[in-house]
Design a binder for this molecule. Structure first.
Ligand code: N01
Length: 533
């Protein structure tokens, strides 16, 4: 970072979809800004997650920026659900189109950020020894960017290669003829396993919790569909912005318990065959009634039993410990079918836990497995991890880790009391991961840009939520989550995947449309719930 960047209006952390658009917006306000990005290029999630089979689970006509009409008209998506290389190409093209790279420092990780109340500025330090001062600090570090590699004993002794799915080497990994172990069966594992099985000599899948996975609906883009969509893009986007999940779908109006078994199964079958998450929208009480939810859960199990030939393996793949949809559901291309291959072995590490990594592979309580490569598809310290790893200190030396010791507390998922002029794009307490991410990102970035414009035009220096507003928001987020089945799962939504992490439901379940209305009302009422100085 050069000298002349040391006194800035804004520092943005992360050059994924959130950071790129945030930079574009603050530049439009005439502010000086710098993006600090740990990776060697733009793209965030799609820069890091290069594992085999990585693909978005939202249709690309939705999962794309809406802020530039020219961009959305000119970009052509070759597939309905894009694979990682195409999404990375898109992010790179956006960075070039809006000339964003000149304000981004790559391979630069924030290690400390401290608020100076007297100067009303943040001082940000990086692993390269930079020290930069900014009026605003904006985290665009993402919800799923803090990698989780479990603390397995003996990992340093392993003589083969090991990788985490979200730190997959750019040049790829040659798995041909190798004995490969994949630990983890979340979205990443479920996408990678079928592709790895085709390459490896033998694949061992170490599964702790079986997951519900639906067939992906990905296919080549029909040019006619794309043309029609683009002709009405603004109308589609307008509906998406006020929808529940950032992607407009007709809301179901019937309970799963109000129809007979045959009709219910017919509906599940039809929506399952269409692929993607449509089946989760079959009825209106699948998220709130355990009895209704169990009808869909049992339907998914019946599909698994129909696909997987070995009944014992099928049974071990059937999720039974959590309601369907309460962990992030997965989309796959041939996941369950993979277990019919002769070169694939499923190991149940709930019944037979991993004891240690050995020089030659992995040892469970009952057996040893010789492996050349171990792939950890073990997920992330979600939502709070990226923020806490930045070493943020607010007013009076209070660290974010201290403030959030019992769980994240924010106002609107955008800001937190005692940390003035800090904004979070898709922070804990906002719809974020429960919505289509780019739609959620655009809403947050626009709101933050408008808040900064308001502060500057009213000659304020500082914006910070009141404790009262924050407490009320946290109570609201919890009350909404309590009315759903989400809390019944040991998911990363509640931090259950990270030993010692406080169990708090992190996203806002009220829907993006309702959330947007609330944020707009807050701004319309002169930033109600915020103290402006
Ligand atoms: O991570 P996960 P992910 N021993 O946390 C297991 C998004 N995403 O990277 O369930 C043994 O879901 C763990 O087991 P358990 C999406 O939002 C999207 O797969 O904790 N196993 C689990 O099976 C997704 O939800 C896309 O019992 C251990 C797995 O590792 C989120 O990212 C694609 C273990 C981790 O699953 C995270 O997905 C990919 C241990 N010590 C990701 N620790 C798409 O758009 C963990 N596990 C399609």
């Amino acid at each position: 970072m050069s000298e002349n960047h040391r006194e800035l209006d804004v520092v943005i952390v992360g050059a994924g979809f959130a950071g790129l658009y945030m930079l574009h917006r603050v530049r439009e306000l005439g502010l000086s800004a710098r993006v600090l990005e740990a990776g060697g290029g733009v793209g965030g999630t799609w820069y890091w997650n290069r594992y085999p089979g990585a693909r978005v689970d939202v249709p690309s006509l939705f999962y794309s920026y809406s802020f530039s009409s020219e961009l959305q008209q000119e970009w052509n998506w070759p597939e309905t659900y894009s694979a990682q290389p195409e999404l990375l190409r898109y992010a790179e093209s956006v960075a070039d189109r809006f000339d964003l790279r000149r304000d981004i420092s790559f391979e630069t990780t924030v290690v400390r950020a401290a608020w100076d109340d007297g100067a009303a500025r943040w001082t940000i330090e990086t692993d390269r020894g930079d020290r930069v001062s900014a009026r605003y600090l904006i985290s665009a570090a993402g919800c799923l960017s803090a990698t989780n590699v479990p603390d397995f004993a003996g990992i340093e002794s392993f003589r083969g290669e090991w990788y985490h799915t979200s730190r997959w080497p750019k040049e790829g990994v040659d798995l041909a003829g190798k004995r490969v172990g994949v630990v983890g069966t979340g979205s990443s594992g479920i996408q990678a396993i079928p592709v790895i099985a085709e390459q490896a000599a033998h694949l061992f899948v170490f599964q702790r919790t079986p997951n519900y996975s639906f067939p992906s609906a990905t296919k080549p883009m029909d040019p006619e569909v794309e043309r029609e969509w683009k002709a009405h893009y603004d109308e589609h986007r307008a509906k998406d912005r006020v929808s529940f999940g950032g992607q407009h779908v007709e809301a179901p109006d019937r309970s799963a318990l109000d129809v007979c078994d045959e009709e219910r199964t017919r509906r599940y079958e039809a929506l399952w065959d269409q692929g993607a998450f449509g089946v989760l929208q079959s009825f209106n009480d699948l998220r709130t009634s355990l009895e209704a939810n169990e009808t869909l859960a049992e339907f998914v199990r019946s599909r698994i039993r129909a696909i997987v030939r070995d009944p014992d393996v099928a049974e071990r793949l059937c999720p039974k410990d959590h309601p369907v949809g309460t962990k992030r559901p997965c989309l796959d291309v041939g996941y369950y079918e993979t277990f019919n291959r002769d070169n694939v072995t499923l190991v149940d590490v709930r019944a037979d836990p991993i004891e240690e990594i050995t020089p030659t592979g992995l040892r469970t309580s009952l057996a040893s497995y010789d492996l050349d490569v171990i792939v950890f598809a073990t997920g992330f310290d979600a939502m709070t991890g990226p923020l806490l790893r930045m070493g943020i200190t607010g007013r009076n030396g209070l660290t974010l880790a201290e403030k959030w010791h019992a769980g994240a507390r924010t106002y609107l998922g955008l800001a937190t009391a005692e940390f003035p002029n800090l904004f979070m794009v898709t922070g804990p307490g906002s719809p974020s991961v429960l919505a289509s991410m780019i739609t959620a990102i655009e809403q947050h970035v626009d709101w933050i840009a408008e808040a900064i414009a308001y502060i500057d035009s009213h000659s304020y220096d500082v914006i910070e939520p009141t404790l009262e507003a924050e407490n009320a928001w946290v109570d609201h987020v919890n009350a909404l989550a309590d009315a759903t089945l989400f809390r019944l799962a040991n998911s990363w939504y509640v931090g259950a995947n990270i030993p010692g992490k406080p169990r708090v439901f992190l996203p806002y379940v009220g829907g993006l449309g309702a959330y947007r209305a609330r944020c707009d009302a807050v701004a319309g009422n002169g930033y109600e719930g915020f103290a402006l100085r």
